[in-house]
Design a protein around this ligand. Structure first.
Ligand SMILES: NC(=O)C1=CN([C@@H]2O[C@H](COP(=O)(O)OP(=O)(O)OC[C@H]3O[C@@H](n4cnc5c(N)ncnc54)[C@H](OP(=O)(O)O)[C@@H]3O)[C@@H](O)[C@H]2O)C=CC1
Ligand SMILES: O=C(O)[C@@H]1CCC=N1
Length: 267
């Protein structure tokens, strides 16, 4: 594997792949980012290069993971056109950047999977949605499925235009959940709790609820109803959160803004 960019998301994926031992030989192109502490553990060879020109000659990766920011893509991607070979698939995790964007710079023969993972991949609980181009072979699709499946769940779509909304919902989703922890804790402080206790119970509640949602087969609405005693305290809160001007229109606006931003990043 060749990993181009090992920042927050590329690093999270590499952490997950190393922990799951999905990869054993990775060349990482990363100007100055941090490396996982266990990089190069027994049986794993992780080679770091400061730039594309430093990649060991003859290195022939089965997959090139593109994990740099969309804003530097124009200067980075053309440098990897030399890796377009029948046995190599490009796996982009960039927000906004379309398959056409990559074929314009790598050539029409390039096998490209556009994917959108999220940072819980670093603990094996990621969610990745992916779309392949016509040059991707069934074997390459399986390889990408194996990589993304090693760090969480995978869903494939055939309609690439869905990727903007996917980016808004699951790509950025962890940030909204962490914001929920912050807002719950702040509200707890406003209601009279000490800051450390408010943060502890907010974090544990979101983490525990996430785990319950992951393990339960009940729909989210049922899990919500299980907490909501008739005329109890949760109902009082939900009447505020589920009012016409409550959380739904706010989240609708947030997701619309992120979706629009993903479309803007395409060019
Ligand atoms: N963060 C997230 O939760 C998610 C991010 N993504 C996508 O992942 C991609 C990376 O985002 P993120 O990890 O957040 O960003 P980061 O800035 O954390 O990571 C990008 C990394 O690429 C490095 N880099 C810059 N130029 C080059 C280069 N020429 N060659 C190789 N590496 C280079 C950067 O180094 P330096 O800092 O030194 O410039 C940095 O470490 C983006 O396209 C984003 O849309 C997708 C899903 C979720
Ligand atoms: O904020 C971003 O643009 C990236 C894509 C999804 C999560 N982080």
């Amino acid at each position: 594997m060749l990993l181009v960019g090992c920042g927050k998301m590329g690093g999270a994926l590499l952490d997950g792949w190393l922990a799951a031992r999905t990869v054993d030989h990775v060349v990482v192109v990363e100007p100055q980012g941090a490396f996982p502490a266990d990089a190069g553990a027994a049986g794993q060879r992780i080679v770091r290069c400061a730039g594309v020109s430093r990649i060991p000659p003859g290195f022939d990766p089965d997959v090139v993971v593109i994990a740099v920011k969309p804003q530097v893509m124009d200067e980075v991607v053309p440098g990897y056109a030399g890796f377009v070979r029948p046995g190599t698939v490009f796996l982009s995790i960039a927000a906004g950047k379309t398959i056409d964007y990559f074929t314009a710079r790598l050539g029409a023969d390039a096998a490209i999977v556009r994917a959108m993972p999220n940072t819980p991949a670093s603990v094996g609980r990621g969610m990745t949605v992916a779309v392949p181009n016509a040059a991707v072979t069934p074997e390459q699709r399986r390889l990408c499925e194996t990589l993304m499946g090693a760090v969480g769940q995978v869903a494939w779509v055939e309609d690439e235009s869905m990727m903007d909304a996917v980016t808004a919902v699951s790509g950025g989703g962890p940030a909204y959940v962490f914001l929920l922890i912050e807002t719950l804790a702040k509200a707890g402080v406003a209601a009279g709790l000490p800051e450390d206790l408010a943060m502890k119970i907010a974090r544990a509640t979101v983490a525990g609820s996430g785990e319950l949602a992951a393990r339960s087969i009940e729909p989210a609405a049922s899990l919500r109803k299980n907490v909501t005693s008739p005329n109890g305290t949760t109902q009082a809160a939900l009447e505020v959160l589920m009012a016409d001007d409550g959380i739904q229109p706010l989240v609708d606006r947030a997701i619309a803004a992120a979706t629009a931003r993903s479309r803007e990043l395409a060019s």
